[in-house]
Design a protein around this ligand. Sequence first.
Ligand SMILES: [Fe+2]
Ligand SMILES: [Fe+2]
Length: 474
Amino acid sequence: MINYTEKIPNNVDLGRDRVLQRALEHWQPAYMGWWYDMGPNESHNYEVYLRTATSVEPDGWAQFGYVKMPDYRWGIFLQPRDEKREVNFGIHKGQSAWQEVPGEYRSTLRRVIVTQGDTEPASVEQQRMLGASCPSMYDLRNIFQVNVEEGRHLWAMVYLLHRYFGRDGREEAESLLARRSGDADNPRILGAFNEATPDWLAFYMFTFFTDRDGKFQLCALAESGFDPLARTCRFMLTEEAHHMFVGETGISRIIQRTCEVMKENKVEDPQDVRALGVIDLPTIQRYLNFHYSVTLDLYGSDVSSNAANYYTSGLKGRFRETKLDDDHVLADAEYPVCEVVGGKIITKNVPALTALNERLRDDYIEEIADGVGRWQRVIDNAGIPFQLTLPHKGFHREIGNFAGHFISSDGEVLSAEAWRNHEFEWLPNSKDYAYVQSLMSGRVVEPGKFANWIAPPARGINNQPLNFQYVRFN
Ligand SMILES: [Fe+2]
Ligand SMILES: [Fe+2]
């Protein structure tokens, strides 16, 4: 169970470590300052029907009730320790999992934790203005749930920094509150977390594509030989699932609504569809292309000696490492990666250890393809002849072997000029953004009401009806 009587709720027996407790209590007001500045705009008096973690057991860890968001009990929750757990891969395979940071991996581990931690507040910053244009009270509640949990994920990483990295860790924890998404002078670390999330279509795409990158990174870190990192990531994953649900169902509901309106009015031309106040399917495809491609970059270079080192050292595993049937050392294994040679995309085998970023990216793509297939079924069931596709993996990439090349959405290598001629057939243009945002000029918050451009969800949160008062504005 989680101890809620302390100033910082936790299940790590924080009260027994006075120095750590004081350090975190010192960071807490800085965190609250950040939340007031950069958390959801104008939300501070709202009471929101939120779930709060009360136990870390997979079932029954969540309790629902109204919470004033700044009073949310952010805290430190780790999956309970398994005394028998071992390092399951790399050169330390078979050792007992580490309870303290191995000296030789200190700076590497710190970098891994800071990079993960930086994404958490970044997404809150990216989403902070969206409450003003929410399509329903249900959706408003969902974005706030995502935001408070990203805040907690920051707490999770900051706990590790404070507890295991001394003074350097405390400095890093402060920097995590100082960087700002999209800031020219002090941006967030990773590219996708400096992009704008200007509207709700972008928000659902972000939670489907980019929160899922979060899931895959957390899954890889949940395999870590550094046990406290593994345990905190395991618990974060239970929260992450809801974020991806919000994204997948959000897009699905938009598609459903568009298809309904297309059928009712017997229209197919995007301009006619727009005239009816819903989002045309080609625009949804262009948003998809954008969010997919910028998220693929988050996995890093296709061939990476850092990735090899993280694995060999036992710091970051593969997706579902312990379920994989091989030697978990990979010294002789190979893995295929793409490369652009002489105007053509070729595949070649490289040492598997150096291709671990690519492998995680491929695992991610597989899961993404399933989700896009579920969206396609909504279109097919409506009998509308439109095919959603995932662009080629090399499309619109800025990191790795495709960077600097101009790959079309279906995988043709083009000249820069030819690519630019088609750019806005593939990616959202300023008119697309202006149109989508024109639909979202105000918020819809009457209980049970939904904006015209999105269908209601199949059911409410925690079995509440759709017309439940998910947010009290006071
Ligand atoms: Fe997160
Ligand atoms: Fe998330």
